[in-house]
Design a protein around this ligand. Sequence first.
Ligand SMILES: *Cc1c(COP(=O)(O)O)cnc(C)c1O
Length: 393
Amino acid sequence: MSFEPTRPLPYGRQHITDADIAAVTAALHADYLTQGPTVAEFEKQFAAYVGARYAVAVSNGTAALHLCALALNVQPGQRVITTPLTFSASANCVRYCGGEVHFADIDPATGLIDLGKVREILEAHPQGHFTGLIPVDFAGLAVNLEEARQLADEFGLWIIEDSCHAPGGFFIDSKGQEQRCGNGNFADLAIFSFHPVKHIATGEGGMITTNSEALFHHLLRLRTHGITRDPADLRRAPDGGWYMEMQELGYNYRLPDFNCALGLSQLVRADEGLARRRQLAAQYDAAFAQVPGLTVLAPSRPGHAYHLYVIEIADRKGLYDFLKTKQIFTQVHYIPVHRMPYYEDLGWKAGDFPLAETYYAHCLSIPLFPTLTDEEQAYVVACIKDFLMRNEE
Ligand SMILES: *Cc1c(COP(=O)(O)O)cnc(C)c1O
């Protein structure tokens, strides 16, 4: 192999340009460090990007999930269904509010929650047994929310779409229309993260999108301690210009102005980054098409936003360790949530969701990020093929 990379190759990484740095610097020179004008501008532009009416910027994706659970009034004892194949935060938000987390196994062809299995679970219980559904656009592939909405309406559930992996992703609905992740046409609320490995980086950061004006106003209050200054919402007559009311128990989940400046600057390049992710994914698909012993998760799907590029192999640990010696730092997404000791303490156990568990035993996320060069990608492919050939001998 002639090419040697000059930098370590992680599974994902942020891309910060001089324009990003200039945008943050300008925000730092401005009057407001926290709730300045850039917050509202970022919200407006992000809502437009995903095609939703409203957006609320928050301190991270986990805070976004927590606020969604609060806005939907999750209560102790309520039961919510999510996928075992996600980052724990998708489930934890239900626990923050005292609710019970239930899971439905995945479709192994996509890694997404199997809506057929969700239906089986719902049908096996009386109406009202479950109150909500949290599907995840895993790896960047959009859940068919039109189908999820039909199911949710039949059984009286709300939907929070965890779209952390999929800004710019979409599915094709029954009328042949593209439905963008987070556009609010089917889910009550959708959430995004701006952690550095995600498509758009703000350091820490998150966003909630919705088409519901009522939920939007509620989220704004919950983001700032449950406080309102809006004259239309006040319960009492103001006794001065300082007057405000804390009307419910909220939090401080605000995203600072300069983080939003970074987000806005990144958002300008979002389509470019997404196009490069899709191009790299297509190149991986082609390179791995005829490789025995290696399966690609959900290749060539329209609308895939490719947060992750996932391969499945028999000796996953062997490949992970081998690639590490080649300066290629892969990752496993995810250890199924129900196998986390915290969730096992709540009664879940190995064998409960066999398809997610089998997936976990073989999956590996390999480098995929917009600044990955073709040479670096070819090097990753060559190293993986090298490992597979050695293992065959
Ligand atoms: C990253 C991520 C989160 C949490 O986002 P943070 O900004 O890190 O809090 C939630 N769900 C999924 C699927 C994620 O990938």
